[in-house]
Design a protein around this ligand. Sequence first.
Ligand code: PXL
Length: 279
Amino acid sequence: MKRVVTIQDISCFGKCSLTVALPIISAMGIETAVIPTAVLSTHTGTGFTGYTFRDLTGDIPGISEHWQKLNLKFDAIYTGYLGSMEQVQIISGFFDTFKTEDNVIVVDPVLGDGGRFYAGFGNEFAEEMKKLCAKADYIIPNMTEVSFMLGIPYAEEYDESYVKDVLRRLAEIGCRTPVITGVHYDDKRQGAAAYDSLTGEFFFSFDENVKHSVHGTGDIFASVFTGAVVRGKSVQKALDIAVRYTVDCIRATAEHFDEMWYGTNFEQCIGKLVEYIND
Ligand code: PXL
């Protein structure tokens, strides 16, 4: 069985980060180890204020040392929301320890959305995250995170040549295959784009642009993409599965908008994900 370790926070309520990555990667038939980077009472996104935040940075070196003694190996190391610059530096050391010839590193540089940083993040943190991205095989930012990492204005409107240009610039950070989520040229279709800087190939995948903004979709996409790559799918196939499942989840959430304002109704669609990955 393949094995992934995912490193991100537990938002106890709100459906994102570990409470999304763990069930999704497990459902894809992959053993999922975790390193929780922080415990929050809820996520920090729209709708919640006054959340608790316990930083677990101090626990990470001990976990890493214990795992080294156990000689644990992972087919992928996948990071999401990280809570501080110090934590990013410690995870960078974890990459050095657990990177092998055969495994892949996936960094979702969680920084913000809608042109704005999430609470507590700023340009200095984005610079640190960029250094982590340099060590990754795949990075999975949204357009907001692209703008913060490249130091360019947040683009509301853009075309395919813009997307190709920023993908090339993301690869210059040092990662072989950047992936951008939430790509849309109009209000009909949305999806993702990727660039394999080794072969020079671009990849695109689009589905319906459901008119519904919801929290946690980036974590869903990154978890599915990571799982699909670990299950041996091509970049194109991994994009297709991740876009299709993410849009399924948004559609399911839009149908239950009243009770599901804080997260994405991904559980309702998990059977489809199992179908897609085994197809
Ligand atoms: O979904 C990304 C995410 C993860 N973890 C926490 C967050 C967010 C986005 O707001 O606040 C704690």
